[in-house]
Design a binder for this molecule. Structure first.
Ligand code: LMR
Length: 308
């Protein structure tokens, strides 16, 4: 399994590191436009291999896409991150051009690759990759929901005073401060609905903290987060590489599912060797349906800013 990660910034490098540490890929190519940067990160990471016991080869490249040829999975983290006070949607002007070029370059070298989109605004960038590459929908995956769900589980565990391994939960909808839909109704602590333990008021707080998870970190760090985004990507890549058939919420092109069409937004999918193998349609409450509808309206509005 060969994986390419475009963008050797904090998210791309964390992603390469987690993939390498899990040791399921033979090679990770890290590519960046900044001269020598990806080579430096790759060398630094390779020097952890004996310490962290992995055999994955990490190769750095300054914008030489020929090094990415024959990749099975490619990850796009390129573009600029937001600064405190900004929304992800404000990044569209710069990131759309970058993501368009990067996705074309990647597919020219790896025509059979599965693409994972991380760059923000993520749902709109996933939509843009569809329009740019014309690849079948199973091969284009937007990462946001896996990350948002990990943050949701963190907040639930905190509220419950429980270990995170005891908690399960999912966030669907758009990867934006207002568009996320944390499904508290379906969240559990060791199979018991969390509603048995937490008041409506506490659950509302968990939902609100989850939705601004990225913004909270951006404020604390002065730039956007990288560990959890990198780990979320590595979990998706592993599900594909190891044909795990795991369910993650991912941004995918909908064609009528959840009453939505011609939009990429987060819904539960089964991930395996061929990428998105199935979109899982679950019965939503009337309130959740309304949230998803509003979320989709927000994503569509941002999509409308693309020059397609
Ligand atoms: C995240 O959620 O960490 C990323 O989408 C980056 C951001 O801008 O918050």
């Amino acid at each position: 399994m060969k994986v390419t990660v475009v963008g050797a910034g904090a998210v791309g490098a964390s992603c390469a590191e987690y993939i390498a540490i899990k040791d399921f890929a033979s090679e990770v190519v890290l590519l960046d436009i900044k001269e020598g940067y990806a080579e430096g990160k790759a060398m630094d990471l390779m020097q952890t291999a004996s310490l962290n016991s992995f055999d994955t080869k990490i190769v750095g490249s300054t914008n030489d896409y020929s090094k990415t040829a024959g990749s099975d999975v490619v990850v796009i983290t390129s573009g600029i991150p937001r600064k405190p006070g900004m929304t992800r949607e404000e990044l569209i002007g710069i990131n759309a051009g970058i993501v368009k070029e990067v996705s074309s370059n990647l597919i020219a070298q790896s025509p059979d690759a599965i693409i994972i989109v991380v760059s923000n605004p993520m749902d709109t960038m996933t939509y843009l990759v569809h329009k740019t590459t014309g690849l079948p929908k199973n091969r284009i995956i937007g990462m946001g929901g896996a990350l948002d769900s990990a943050r949701f589980k963190y907040r639930l565990a905190e509220a419950l005073g429980a270990p995170i391994s005891d908690v399960d939960g999912m966030v669907i909808g758009g990867h934006s401060d207002t568009g996320m839909v944390p499904l508290t109704r379906l969240a559990t602590r060791n199979s018991i609905p969390v509603t048995e333990f937490l008041s409506e008021e506490r659950l509302t707080q968990v939902k609100e903290d989850t939705k601004v998870g990225g913004a909270t970190l951006t404020k604390l760090l002065g730039t956007s987060a990288w560990y959890a985004p990198g780990a979320a990507v590595s979990a998706l890549v592993q599900a594909i590489a190891c044909d795990q058939k795991k369910i993650f919420p991912c941004s995918t092109m909908l064609e009528g599912e959840y009453g939505l069409s011609d939009i990429c937004i987060g819904v539960p999918v089964v991930l395996g060797a061929s990428g998105i193998e199935k979109i899982v349609e679950i019965e939503l409450s009337e309130e959740e349906k309304e949230y998803i509808k509003n979320s989709a309206e927000g994503v569509s509005k941002t999509n409308g800013l693309l020059a397609l």
